[in-house]
Design a protein around this ligand. Structure first.
Ligand code: PEP
Ligand code: MN
Length: 257
């Protein structure tokens, strides 16, 4: 169903009037994690002043260590929704379990499935039974063929509103957090009819090259970018080293818009 062979035209995903995949790149900015109303409100204000249409923020965080901040849960989703409503921004947040689908659907405009759940087929099936757009990330160790098959689980259950996201894969290279597989963007766009975005934060983990990587992603045809922004990254409860502060955001924004 997601193959280009079954449908020649690009899929356009309409999220409350903002279209993903029509040739105009969309920007999905926001903090790594929802930490407080004030924190998300500041980011929401910034994005709406720029005319952006999306805000991201994790509330159900899949952390490497069980002792690290796990997110605010449903309360975090509510904060994101409140800020989204206030500034007319569509909300994106990750869910990690089938039991969260119904609850989270009340708060979100776009479900996110993260790298760690890229082959959680039961979760993909449940999300597939909804018609909510899903930002579906590539797993850190899934090849392109496996990734497309995983996307097919969502489509096979009835949901065609799938946005693919290259977020870097595991390699031997240590200079970046992950290795951005830039080739995956044109390959996914050739082999499927779905929009493809690039996460420039988790792929690089490095603020000093994010602008260059953003340009590269857009140059190879990405339909959008995801990037983490925080009012005060030094005290962020997750990914403190790689979230942009508002000055760094302005510099990046100038490059990409
Ligand atoms: C995220 O976007 O919040 C995230 C956890 O990213 P990934 O699943 O790509 O690691
Ligand atoms: Mn993060």
């Amino acid at each position: 169903l997601v193959s280009r062979k079954t449908k020649a035209e690009d899929t356009h995903i309409d999220v409350n009037g903002t279209v993903i995949g029509d040739g105009t790149p969309v920007m999905m900015f926001g903090p790594c994690a929802v930490e407080s109303y004030e924190q998300v409100d500041q980011v929401g204000k910034l994005l709406s002043e720029k005319g952006e249409k999306f805000i991201r923020g994790g509330a159900l965080k899949p952390r490497t260590s069980p002792y690290d901040f796990q997110g605010l849960g449903e309360e975090g989703l509510k904060i994101l929704q409140d800020v989204g409503k206030k500034y007319n921004l569509n909300t994106i947040s990750e869910i990690v379990d089938t039991r969260q689908v119904e609850m989270a659907a009340e708060y979100l405009d776009v479900f996110q499935v993260g790298a760690r759940n890229s082959q959680n087929f039961e979760l993909l099936k449940e999300i597939g039974k909804t018609n909510k757009p899903v930002l579906f990330k590539r797993g850190m160790s899934t090849n392109i063929s496996e990734y497309i098959h995983a996307a097919e689980y969502i489509a096979a259950n009835g949901n065609n509103n799938i946005i693919l996201c290259e977020r870097g894969i595991r390699t031997f290279e240590k200079e970046t957090r992950n290795t951005l597989d830039i080739s995956a963007v044109p390959i996914l766009k050739r082999q499927t009819h779905l929009p493809v975005i690039v996460d420039i934060t988790h792929s690089t983990g490095r603020k000093d090259i994010m602008g260059d990587i953003a340009k590269a992603a857009l140059a190879v045809g990405a339909d959008g970018l995801m990037c983490e922004v925080h009012p005060n990254p030094s005290i962020a409860l997750s990914d403190a080293a790689q979230q942009l502060d508002f000055n760094e955001f302005e510099a990046l924004y100038k490059i990409i818009r």
